[in-house]
Write a protein that binds this ligand. Structure first.
Ligand SMILES: Nc1ncnc2c1ncn2[C@@H]1O[C@H](COP(=O)(O)OP(=O)(O)OP(=O)(O)O)[C@@H](O)[C@H]1O
Ligand SMILES: [Mg+2]
Length: 302
């Protein structure tokens, strides 16, 4: 496998070094955690990760909202929301034509709601260019939600466009699915730079939460090399959990079901359940650290 470009290595290394500053921005201690699932590369497992992570979080009793920001609408389809029921969705929320409460549809998974991608979303990118407050429309629309969510998860489109910027400006953290294949690392430096730019310009709490390796095939040397390379550069930003390539995962959306509901025992579903557990553990560690530093700042023993 060729070495990643210098720019990639530098940015990757600097991102891996970041925990001391940007990455460890104090988590908010109340209200939902907002998480973008983003990678501008197409077909790397963003939607699969968004749908199954959201389902796994709901399964452990969290109230979860998945916001479909991709005009392809794959997350909405994967959650079984009919096209006919998508007239109030993320487009309408972005343009003030609906509220977060009205747009959030219940899904077959108890505790999991979805703001679908309506057919108008494909025009949003152009319409947003001249809109007021164009990077903050999603954040502001969601802030008015009255349902108490624990997690709000954004399924981003495969582009670093204004829809993705709206998600990043509204998020506490970014989870990056990375497919274990030859071109996996291409463009990662761009994503890392974008996260840093958004943090500087729009949202100082934004952090790179972690990278999750997807479609891993342990029999494939390349998969192993990619995994090793990514861990070398991003260190503990890479989740221990790896999502294997698994045919049951790719079958599930055609039944309008998350893989975890379609076949909970398959290796892919089990991996997503693990990932949710690992994420919750990391979140707890972040929250505990923030509480401790607040207590120290106030001179109170934690
Ligand atoms: N672990 C897996 N094993 C097998 N197939 C998978 C796995 N993860 C995702 N897929 C399949 O790979 C394809 C791409 O996955 P997905 O739609 O989640 O990627 P994406 O990054 O959201 O794509 P896009 O950039 O187009 O939005 C889908 O057909 C999906 O079912
Ligand atoms: Mg997708």
């Amino acid at each position: 496998m060729t070495q990643p470009s210098d720019t990639y290595t530098q940015n990757a290394a600097s991102a891996a070094d970041k925990p001391a500053d940007g990455v460890s921005a104090s988590p908010r201690l109340s209200g939902p955690r907002y998480i973008s699932i983003s990678n501008q590369k197409g077909g790397v497992g963003k939607t699969t990760t968004a749908v199954n992570l959201a389902t796994a979080l709901a399964a452990v009793g969290k109230q979860v909202l998945l916001v479909d920001l991709d005009p392809q609408g794959n997350a909405s389809t994967g959650l079984g929301i009919d096209r006919a029921d998508r007239d109030r969705g993320s487009y309408e929320l972005l343009f003030g034509e609906t509220t977060a409460d009205e747009a959030a549809a219940a899904t077959k998974v108890p505790g999991l709601y979805c703001i679908p991608s309506s057919m108008h979303l494909s025009g949003a990118e152009i319409e947003l260019i001249d809109a007021d407050n164009r990077e903050f429309r999603l954040r502001d629309g969601l802030a008015a939600a009255t349902r108490r969510y624990d997690y709000v998860i954004f399924d981003c489109p495969p582009a670093l466009n204004l829809l993705t910027l709206n998600a990043l400006a509204a998020s506490d953290g970014v989870l990056v699915p990375l497919q274990c294949e030859f071109y996996a690392l291409e463009g990662l430096s761009h994503l890392v730079n974008t996260i840093e730019r958004v943090r500087d310009a729009f949202n100082d709490k934004l952090e790179l939460l972690g990278i999750v390796l997807t479609m891993y095939d342990k029999r494939n040397n390349l998969s192993n090399q990619v995994a090793d390379n990514v861990r070398e550069f991003f260190g503990d930003k890479v989740y221990d959990t790896v999502i294997p390539r698994n045919v049951r995962i790719s079958e599930a959306p055609s039944f309008g079901l998350p893989a975890i509901v379609y076949d909970m025992s398959c290796s892919g579903s089990q991996a997503y359940i693990h990932l949710a557990r690992e994420m919750l553990k990391r979140e707890k560690a972040l929250r505990d650290a923030a509480l401790k530093s607040m207590a120290e700042a106030e001179g109170v023993p934690a």
